[in-house]
Design a protein around this ligand. Structure first.
Ligand code: TPP
Ligand code: SF4
Length: 288
């Protein structure tokens, strides 16, 4: 049986020392091993950004795609080979700026896969610009007088878009992160996990200490029931989205692929897709 070390490869990450993304990588590797997966059963599809490099640092199938497009690639992969455990990953710019519409539609579509966002509230790779989740007044090269746009709230967005597993954690909490990723990987549907993963080089405001002070743990809500949708939304709104834990899970709704004829039992990769020229001529003939 594979251990987390089997999910390591020989590529040395070129993230800055102290970058939050190191522990996200470790958490994915540990969670996969803990639930009994082998590297050849996993695919990590990432977007562009410092966070997007993660697919190259994990020993599994991987693809470092294009900016904001990890989700379409990952969803297509899952539909073609549903035996794979598919993880999409990227930054807050990737998922909530250029890729927002894919994020929303993937959430409501509910294909069985896990989406992990490394949220540092800034664009890291391009050297520090304001992102859609940066706070009001946030000063960067792109907003020298402070951001005047209200930040997006990723978890509230996920709730209204219809995601069936919504969680948030911090990269400083390796144990909590591993546990949530394990649960997300085992959830039958679209799992969204937002990880506050500090950019130590360009974001001097939202630091490790800042998150520790500003993010409340769900354990403070005694008897919290993640299946209670209305309460989940209330708790999110009360805390302006700054809450850690499994916020919401719908265990009833079936995944997308279970509704699609032909995909119920097997993915495309297992089906006989042999091209029959006779049948093709017959079909085209109907339109002639
Ligand atoms: C189509 C396209 N537009 C813009 C860029 C430039 N670009 C690369 S990464 C990035 C944003 C990175 O921020 P984020 O997604 O938050 O990831 P991080 O680097 O912080 O991990 C941008 C705007 C690009 N590569 N492709
Ligand atoms: S620039 Fe920021 S996000 Fe990118 S590797 Fe360095 S610390 Fe991490």
């Amino acid at each position: 049986m594979a251990t987390f070390k089997d999910f390591r490869n020989s590529v040395k990450p070129n993230w800055c020392p102290g970058c939050g993304d190191f522990s996200v990588q470790a958490a994915i590797q540990r969670a996969c091993a803990n639930i009994g997966l082998e590297p050849e059963q996993v695919a990590v599809i990432s977007g562009i950004g410092c966070s997007g490099r993660i697919s190259g640092y994990i020993n599994a199938y991987g693809l470092h795609g294009i900016h904001g497009r990890s989700l379409p690639i990952a969803q297509g992969l899952k539909m073609a080979n549903r035996e794979l455990t598919v993880i999409a990953s990227g930054g807050d710019g990737d998922g909530f700026a250029i890729g927002t519409s894919h994020t929303i539609h993937a959430m409501r579509r509910n294909i069985d896969m896990t989406y992990i966002v490394m949220d540092n509230q800034i664009y890291g790779l391009t050297k520090g610009q304001t992102s859609p989740v940066s706070e009001l007044g946030f000063v960067t090269k792109s907003t020298p007088k402070g951001s005047i746009e209200v930040p997006l709230s990723p978890l509230e967005l996920a709730m209204s878009a219809g995601a069936t597993f919504i969680a948030q954690t911090m990269s400083s909490d390796l144990k909590g992160m591993v546990s949530l990723i394990e649960q997300g990987l085992q959830h039958k549907g679209f799992s969204f996990i937002n990880v506050f993963s500090p950019c130590v080089t360009f974001n001097k405001i939202n630091t490790y200490d800042w998150y520790k002070e500003n993010v409340k743990d769900l354990s403070e809500y005694e008897g919290y029931d993640p299946q209670d949708r209305v309460n989940a939304m209330r708790v999110l709104m009360e805390n302006h989205g700054m809450i850690a834990g499994l916020i919401y899970q719908d265990t009833e709704r079936q995944s997308y692929e279970s509704h699609v004829k032909g995909f119920r039992e097997e993915g495309l990769v297992k089906q006989d897709l042999t091209f029959d020229p006779g049948r093709f001529r017959e079909l085209v003939g109907e339109f002639m």
